[in-house]
Design a protein. Structure first.
Length: 298
């Protein structure tokens, strides 16, 4: 009997030790708990004795199973991050709130089948900015195509007729019934990444209600070309900063003062290059559709 009790005691202690060893101690940290959208937040996993992880970032995006993930928040709000750490059959949960504030600048996310860009819309062109934001908020641009792509020049989209367009269908003529009055600002020029409004040949140079293009251009643009353009465009002069930008980034300065620049890509210039490199067919339309979704970051 004494031997049996001793064996039972040893077995109980062993089971207790096993149980304690199998239970993870979950935890994680971040460099900051308050950020401005769009923001990448790196999570450092401090969990002990776990072999599997599941992260819920609180913003409706898919969960992650990485050990220490980095997540990008594209909108403002208070998001509860939940980490589930598992060892064997035991799971421990830890939570932490991340506060994401809205950006001071007007920013939009342009998601495409070739990658995602972030663009700033300028306060100095308020009619174009407000119109673009209105359409984006309505979901107007979602699933439209970049229907006209010319390498070394620009990528163009925003024609509502391009949604579910058949292969070979002629595009570039659709849009709202209104135009947006031209808003030429001397400080805004067509360097690479500039977001500008397409238009027809109307003498007022009013912009399409929805169609836009993003400049790829050629580069570098040297001073001699800009000097020639100044001679052609009466009363317009390039600043030293603009000349430096054209030399560094390239662009399409021949469009300056003829088409309204109302924004610029601040992240994802390489995505412009990827789209500009796709194979195109008749009327410069990509052979394989390049779709877009545009969301206002707020």
């Amino acid at each position: 009997m004494k031997q049996l009790l001793t064996f039972a005691s040893v077995l109980y202690i062993a089971l207790m030790l096993t149980s304690c060893a199998a239970k993870p101690k979950a935890g994680f940290t971040t460099l900051t708990q308050k950020v401005t959208a769009p923001a990448k937040v790196a999570f450092t996993n401090t969990t002990v004795k776990a072999d599997k992880y599941e992260w819920d970032f609180g913003d409706g995006t898919p969960a992650s199973t990485e050990v220490s993930p980095t997540h990008r928040y594209m909108r403002s709000g208070n998001f509860t991050v939940v980490l589930k750490a598992t060892a064997g059959s035991k799971t421990v949960t830890r939570k932490q709130v991340i506060q994401v504030t809205a950006p001071e600048r007007c920013l939009v996310e342009i998601e495409t089948t070739e990658g995602t860009m972030i663009a700033e819309l300028f306060a100095s062109t308020p009619q174009h900015r407000d119109n673009f934001v209105k359409l984006a908020d309505e979901g107007y641009y979602n699933d439209l195509l970049f229907h006209r792509v010319i390498a070394g020049f620009m990528i163009q989209g925003g024609d509502p007729n391009s949604r579910d367009a058949k292969p070979g269908q002629s595009l570039g003529f659709g849009g709202p019934t209104y135009k947006v009055p031209a808003e030429f600002v001397d400080s805004l020029v067509h360097v690479k990444g500039s977001l500008a409004a397409a238009r027809d040949g109307n003498p007022q140079k009013a912009s399409s209600g929805s169609q836009f293009y993003i400049v790829q251009g050629n580069g570098p643009i040297e001073g001699n070309m800009l000097n020639q353009l100044e001679a052609q465009k009466s009363g317009f002069r390039y600043s030293s900063e603009q000349r430096a930008a054209y030399k560094a980034l390239g662009g399409t300065p021949m469009l300056d003062r003829d088409y309204t620049v109302f924004g610029r890509v601040i992240e994802g210039l390489d995505i412009i290059d990827k789209i500009a490199a796709v194979r195109t067919g008749a009327q410069d339309r990509p052979v394989t559709d390049v779709k877009m979704k545009i969301r206002v970051i707020k």
